[in-house]
Write a protein that binds this ligand. Sequence first.
Ligand code: 9MR
Length: 358
Amino acid sequence: MSRFRMPAAVAALGAGLLFTCVPAASAQSAAPLRALADRAHVRIGTAVDMTALADDSTYRATTGREFSSVTAENVMKWEAVEPQRGAYDWTKADALVRFARQHGQAVRGHTLVWHNQLPGWLTSGVADGSIGAAELRGILRRHIIAEVGHFKGRIHQWDVVNEVFDDDGSPRDSIWLRTLGPSYIADAFRWAHAADPGAKLFLNDYNVEGVNAKSTAYYELARTLRAQGVAVQGFGVQGHLGIQYGFPGDVAGNLARFEELGMETAFTEVDVRMVLPADAAKRATQAAYFRGLLDACLATRHCTSFTVWGYTDRYSWVPGVFTGQGAATLLDEDFTPKPAYAAVRDGLAAGRRAVSGA
Ligand code: 9MR
């Protein structure tokens, strides 16, 4: 918190407040985020809600216009792609990849190995003992090869393992750790690399923005695996922040140490929530937090993408999980830009040269 210096451009949030009074239509006639991002040599991404993409034409148009990268919010997760054992359903994931191709967007693959959103047949089989360790390892291998193989050549970054440490840096308890032991992580990267050698393979987690016990556990894991020749090529920092917790310390320094290992970095799921109701002061702080993460990315040579986890409060996951919190995205429920949108736009426009705190 004390290490966070508010970028000058965001401190001038009078501009942002004025901006909220401008009708959405005129904001949208300005250069979209992706045009500014191209000039800054970074991808600007969003998680995509496939139900909204099918049903809401404003959402569809905005997703295509503003972003140069997309991530499936849910439809590439295991429960979505293999709801019955051995019966794959790629329909919605394929629709996203098609949308991305039509709009010249890169696709981040999310996610291959996680403790959450697993199909019922898998979790119940492990729980009742009908799926043992050897079989589980084979199931994981098949899943990774099937999914990465299905999208081969069309995914530029895969979140291979997601959220595998606790905040204190110890390995997270999961069916993977409990049944297979810690070697499941190296195995997952080896299988993914074999299935698509061209995709960049990422570790991904939340609460790893700054230097702390959890991000240091990732650093040690990446260092060890890379020394063993395992293709761990990227570190994904989710970036789920809340203004009530302060801004994390030394974000650019954290990214830099991963890059010193020869890895890429990315912000993969940025949103900044607040205790509701929102007001101008909270929105200004939120804007500064978005800008702070973006500036850290732009200060880091191989920070290749900056993805927000949804860009309109209309479809954000936050209020459903954190009671009494929300307003976490760049646009409000009516798609009107907030100061956070202006902050990201201005940060992208400033590019990689004028970076504070670098
Ligand atoms: O945004 C996703 C939400 O729609 C799902 O219900 C939820 C289920 O756990 O997952 C959310 O996305 C998560 C992401 O896959 C991994 N990092 C945390 C995200 C927010 O919970």
